[in-house]
Design a protein. Structure first.
Length: 439
């Protein structure tokens, strides 16, 4: 389907940010591993999080959607797979990565698979790290990608993993490690990208009763990079259990970035509720980025207010800790005055798409001048209208729709926002930007 602009009225108002996708994934997985009954409030029910719900049910958790919460009767860490059939995770890379480690807690084999796109995601780094913990995995196509078979047995011990490919590999090991036989000591080797996502994981693990000791040391003698790049992070998780709790999911800064960017590009004022000042989400940096580009931002305890005259200026920005903001910032740059340099996002090449490549190619279709680099891009402001393709990437569809504030644009395969932001069209309409899907 094609996503296009239906109408633009007075831009501004008050809207609630959607629940965090990252926290929703983690909440349902931890509740499923816990002893007792958890109630998860303000959960995000998107295509991705429904994949996590589906696999947790398949492995023994009792999950019921109530009027006001998601009720999860946990397994106490004793997972059971009652079927020999592969579990379909659709397009959810987060579910695949987090559940590959967790599935080793099952009493029998688990096969995780998904759609064509999911089966392109590299998993070898995680699979190698799990081997040292006594977890045997196998790529059924012998290409280190899904479908992946995970055999039962999680001894624990020590392992290490590079931190520059996916923070979800690190979170996967951490989430599963309290239920291993011996506990786990995990060393994250340089460079550690997207660190805030791991901090989010530790934060919610603590909410469900699991403690983690963390530290670091510097290793210089075998490293020809700067000292910071030689930092080895250490996470020590003792054998312990998760305890059920009532948990409320906070708002999602990455999804809210489209609501905020709407005001920044068009001009106007808006208040976005359910965005917490003390959030551990790395994508909170969008507030600093918008300020640097010329918008006025006020941070409340549980809301953000933004005002703009619609005149944005170019900046230099390192998104190594917030790669999900890449396409939003690229569109902001294309609508700004001057040349914006985006760096630190080489790991964005292994998301739903190669986000550096697809973003550059689609911006070029709109007449944008840019230079692509291995870990980012330089974008000179200036676009025209046209037709672009989402490549099945929800973030590209949502971010590129913002160009429609000033130019005619159509996004083919535009319906994919359901992956992370099912109410995207409705939320944008609350701020005066009406979009529609047409055949």
């Amino acid at each position: 389907m094609i996503l296009k602009v239906k109408n633009i009225s007075e831009i501004g108002g008050v809207v609630k940010a959607p629940p965090s996708k990252s926290y929703s994934h983690r909440a349902v997985i931890l509740a499923s591993l816990s002893k007792g009954t958890s109630r998860l409030y303000d959960m995000l029910y998107s295509e991705d999080t429904l994949s996590s719900i589906r696999v947790c049910k398949a492995l023994g958790a009792e999950i019921t959607k109530k009027d006001d919460c998601l009720e999860v009767v946990g397994t106490g860490g004793k997972l059971h797979n009652s079927s020999s059939e592969p579990i379909d995770l659709a397009n959810s890379g987060t579910t695949l990565r987090l559940m590959t480690s967790v599935s080793a807690l099952s009493d029998n084999e688990v096969i995780l698979t998904g759609d064509e796109s999911l089966q392109t995601r590299p998993m070898g780094l995680l699979m190698d790290a799990l081997w040292s913990l006594g977890i045997e995995t196998k790529s059924l196509n012998d290409n280190e990608k899904a479908p992946i078979l995970i055999k039962p047995g999680y001894l624990g011990g020590e392992t290490n993993i590079y931190g520059n490919v996916s923070s979800q590999f690190i979170s996967s090991i951490l989430i599963s490690s309290p239920l291993s036989e011996q506990g786990v000591t995990l060393y994250v080797l340089p460079e550690f990208k997207s660190r805030p996502y791991v901090n989010m994981t530790l934060d919610i693990m603590k909410k469900f009763g699991a403690k983690t000791l963390k530290g670091y040391y510097l290793k210089h003698e075998t490293c020809d990079m700067d000292h910071q790049s030689c930092r080895i992070d250490e996470f020590k998780v003792m054998k312990q259990g998760y305890v059920a709790c009532d948990y409320t999911v906070e708002g999602d800064y990455s999804s809210a970035s489209y609501l905020l960017a709407l005001i920044a590009i068009n001009g106007g004022k808006a208040k976005i509720r359910n965005l917490f000042r003390d959030s551990k989400q790395g994508d909170k940096v969008i507030l600093n980025i918008l300020q640097d580009m010329g918008a006025k931002v006020i941070r409340g305890e549980d809301y953000v207010e933004i005002g703009s005259n619609g005149e944005l200026k170019a900046i230099d920005v390192d998104l190594s800790n917030a790669p999900d903001l890449l396409i939003t910032v690229a569109v902001l740059a294309a609508m700004a005055e001057g040349t914006t340099n985006i760096t630190g996002v080489g790991h964005a090449r292994v998301k739903e798409t190669d986000r550096i490549d697809t973003t550059c190619r689609e911006l070029e279709k709109l007449g944008c001048k840019l230079v692509e680099y291995e870990d980012g891009m330089s974008i000179t402001g200036g676009v025209t209208g046209g037709v672009v393709d989402s490549h099945g990437d929800h973030r590209l569809a949502m971010a590129f729709s913002l160009i429609g504030l000033k130019y005619d644009i159509e996004i083919t395969n535009g319906e994919v926002f359901d992956v992370s932001f099912p109410n995207f069209i409705e939320s944008m309409a609350e701020l005066g930007f009406e979009l529609e899907l047409v055949e």
